[in-house]
Write a protein that binds this ligand. Structure first.
Ligand code: FE2
Length: 290
């Protein structure tokens, strides 16, 4: 069973908690943030949807340049704020069939640097202590995502490793997944394979010589044993911390409740950060938690 407990405000992560993280590649820190903090972040996310979604590509169906526009918008969001639609939000004619607030899959990928409310939520000595506790040296926050997992249409996320999308040498990526609302089997909570992080990275998404981003398979014969799947049902305010190599997934949200989550990904400032990563610091250097 994955470790669950409260964050020790005085001592940080104790030796047994660190050992659990090393063993499983994941820990759950319950009540890490308050309900008020979650509600404030949620309200701000909804305001950002109002601000950014109208410019997001996706509302015109089957245009030939749509793919290109979507790719360009995605890449531009690396160090800015973009809104991304749920596939199930459109009807066969390409028209939105749910209200805008219910149509967005996620916001990404630099709210933590650009928006004051997200910036405050994403920083501080407690997060620094967790990051150091799981082994990050000079942690640098590379990306943020606010995931809506909308009621009824929130899509499935297949089993993957976050280090596929953000990698360093040696591997140092750590995911910080905040439950902004309760997450359970009914509304598409996280599930994962404790211990499977020790088998290494299966695939990597990186920029090729010609500039295109592509998924490459590193270990073609690595098969994850789904018998070991553990569901991580958590209450609002919980923080799930996981190794970039921890395989995880979530089911579609077929319930009437949303399942908002906020994620941060940090890397060690001492690890090499290849230029082939899709997110590059560009005009805005990466920053730490403090
Ligand atoms: Fe993930």
């Amino acid at each position: 069973m994955v470790y669950r407990g409260l964050f020790d405000e005085r001592k940080g992560l104790s030796a047994p908690v660190r050992a659990a993280y090393a063993r499983d590649g994941v820990i759950v820190l319950e009540d890490f943030v308050s309900a008020e903090q979650c509600q404030a972040l949620q309200a701000r996310a909804m305001a950002l949807v109002e601000e950014y979604a109208p410019q997001a590509p996706g509302t015109v169906f089957s245009a030939r340049d749509q793919r290109h526009a979507k790719d360009a918008y995605f890449e531009a969001s690396a160090r800015s704020i973009g809104a991304f639609f749920e596939e199930g939000a459109f009807d066969a004619q390409g028209q939105l069939c749910v209200p805008l607030a219910r149509a967005i899959n996620k916001l990404g990928h630099a709210m933590h640097d650009l928006d004051p409310v997200f910036q405050a939520f994403s920083h501080g000595p407690r997060l620094q202590a967790v990051a150091e506790g799981v082994g990050l040296v000079d942690p640098q926050v590379v990306q943020s995502m606010y995931i809506f997992k909308q009621p009824g249409i929130g899509g499935e996320v297949n089993c993957h490793q976050d280090a596929t999308y953000l990698y360093t040498a040696p591997q140092s990526v750590v995911g910080f997944w905040f439950a902004i609302e309760d997450a359970h089997r009914g509304n598409g909570c996280l599930g994962g394979l404790p211990g499977a992080h020790r088998s290494g990275l299966k695939q990597v998404f990186r920029r090729q010589q010609g500039g295109a981003l592509q998924l490459e398979t590193l270990q073609a014969d690595l098969e994850w044993d789904m018998q070991g799947l553990e569901w991580l049902e958590v209450r609002q305010g919980s923080l799930v911390v996981f190794n970039g190599l921890f395989p995880h997934l979530s089911e579609p949200n077929r319930s009437a409740q949303s399942r908002h989550a906020y994620t941060l990904h940090a890397v060690s400032g001492q690890a090499a950060y290849p230029a082939s990563n899709w997110i590059q610091p560009g005009h805005m250097p990466f920053n730490g938690f403090v």
